[in-house]
Design a protein around this ligand. Structure first.
Ligand code: ZN
Length: 486
């Protein structure tokens, strides 16, 4: 059932939901040479292999705008399952948000026919980095094939001045720039998020996972959520994404008994534990700290004595999870929209304040459809709105004009999904069946990069395609402020 090469495929009889073309009903999709050719009810099979989508939703493949393909604690660990897990979750395009160079290093061992692009994390500089140092680091990221950089603030902070420089220089160089809020001045919380917008100073910036700053560290969670949405609506040249997962992920390494990753300190504080190694040990025994154990077919979150044992074995090579992502914030940030009268709403029509629903996981979790369809059942999103936030808008964030929709000429990227549960029945990427409900294809895929990065990708033996960020929402967004009510 898996395809070894793009073939003529007819996805037949499913309920197509494609906000871009306005289709929301039973329809067939014909794919040829890796692209959508036609979208119409009752197309003739005419030599095409028929994919039966009866009783299922047929959606544009998901564009996961924030994933982690690499092992965060150990960049040399090759994750053979990183792309496979995404294909199983209906994702056909993924944006690496930490270490694109390592994601490319592990490419030969982990591909599954997907389209991948990515950001390179900016290292933590001592003091304030000079403009030249910052510029060189961004230019090197572009030359290596990344479309831009990510400021890792919350985890490994830079000074406010260095962070501001990274945003400004990214703008100068035409690079994408995402920011996990936080500097040496403010933490990974609402204050850090406000600071991110201030430091951007009108230059384009992508505020990563807005929900993750809203855990009640600065005020009541509901007040924080309102303030964050007001901030996003009033900000100039800001785009954002939020995720729906319960667990976060951070790094278990310690120096002199103190966590290297500031997020670990945040989580321990939030759980009422001392912030050093002894506090982390208590947090394991209390069932709060978890080790992300990724040896089996599915990742496991291990807590208690066993989790503690796994962490002690290799603190520096361990990824940690804490159940810190507030459910209220996940709902608020994913569903908030501005209605025609300018009021903030949680159902009905409107312009979403946060651009996309991401996974912030990718290799170890992707709950976009599983939790997304919960919101559909709940009445907070329509299926069409879910597709908009999981496929169409994230594609637009990065200027991917052939992604996130099923109009003729679009890339042949399709997720066939069970209604209600959001379980993925089948995934087609670039006109190939890469997940047939049981198995995942083990080779191929392509990297989207800028003109500066194409040579580096090709030199690795990977198919490269150049994208134009100038058309992206990231570059073209001016403001979210809704038009005043008539
Ligand atoms: Zn992340």
């Amino acid at each position: 059932m898996l395809s070894s090469a793009p073939e003529r495929l007819l996805v037949r009889g499913g309920h197509v939901v494609d906000p871009a073309s306005g289709v929301d009903g039973v329809c067939d999709v014909l794919i040829e040479d890796g692209r959508v050719v036609e979208l119409r009810p009752e197309l003739p099979a005419a030599g095409a292999r028929v994919v039966d989508a009866d009783g299922a939703y047929v959606l544009p493949g998901l564009v996961d705008s924030h994933v982690h393909l690499t092992h965060l604690a150990n960049p040399h660990a090759v994750r053979t399952n990183a792309h496979e897990r995404l294909a199983r979750a209906g994702v056909t395009t993924a944006v690496e948000f930490f270490d694109f160079a390592s994601a490319l290093n592990q490419w030969p061992a982990s591909t599954a026919g997907l389209t991948v692009l990515g950001l390179q994390g900016i290292r933590s500089h001592q003091g304030t980095a000079s403009q030249a140092v910052v510029r060189d680091e961004i230019a090197a990221a572009l030359k290596g094939g990344a479309i831009g950089v990510k400021i890792l603030g919350g985890h490994f902070p830079n000074s406010p001045d260095t962070s501001a420089r990274v945003i400004a220089e990214s703008n100068e160089l035409g690079a994408y720039c995402a920011f996990h809020a936080g500097t040496t001045r403010h933490g990974s919380n609402l204050d850090g998020m406000r600071e991110t917008v201030e430091l951007a100073d009108g230059n384009p910036v992508h505020v990563a996972h807005t929900n993750a700053y809203l855990r009640g560290a600065t005020a009541d969670v509901d007040a924080e959520n309102r303030a964050a949405l007001d901030l996003l609506m009033g900000a100039r040249r800001v785009v954002s994404e939020a995720h729906l997962a319960e667990f976060n992920v951070c790094v278990g390494s310690m120096t002199d008994g103190e966590p290297d990753d500031h997020i670990v300190i945040n989580c321990l504080r939030l759980g009422g534990f001392p912030t050093g190694a002894a506090g982390l040990e208590k947090a394991f025994l209390a069932g709060y700290a978890h080790v992300l154990h990724d040896a089996g077919a599915e990742p496991a979150h291990v807590t208690g004595e066993e989790g503690l044992r796994l962490w002690r074995q290799d603190p520096g090579g361990t990824m940690l999870n804490f159940p810190v992502n507030n459910r209220f914030s996940a709902f608020y940030q994913s569903c908030a929209r501005v209605g025609a009268t300018g009021s903030l709403n949680w159902s009905g029509d409107g312009e979403f304040v946060v651009d996309a629903i991401s996974s912030d996981g990718g290799s170890w979790r992707n709950v976009i459809l599983r939790h997304g369809f919960s919101l559909v059942r709940f009445g907070a999103l329509t299926t069409s709105q879910l597709v908009d936030k999981a496929s169409r808008r994230p594609a637009q964030l990065f200027g991917l004009t052939a992604k996130g929709h099923l109009s003729p000429g679009a890339d042949g990227d399709v997720a066939v999904v069970e209604p209600n549960t959001g379980e993925v029945r089948l995934t087609i990427a670039g006109g190939r069946v890469v997940f047939d409900g049981e198995n995942v294809a083990s080779r191929g895929g392509k990297v989207l990069t800028t003109a500066e990065g194409a040579a580096a990708i090709t030199a690795r033996g990977i198919t490269a395609e150049v994208i134009d960020l100038e058309t992206s929402t990231f570059r073209t967004r001016i403001t979210r402020q809704p038009a005043p009510a008539a």
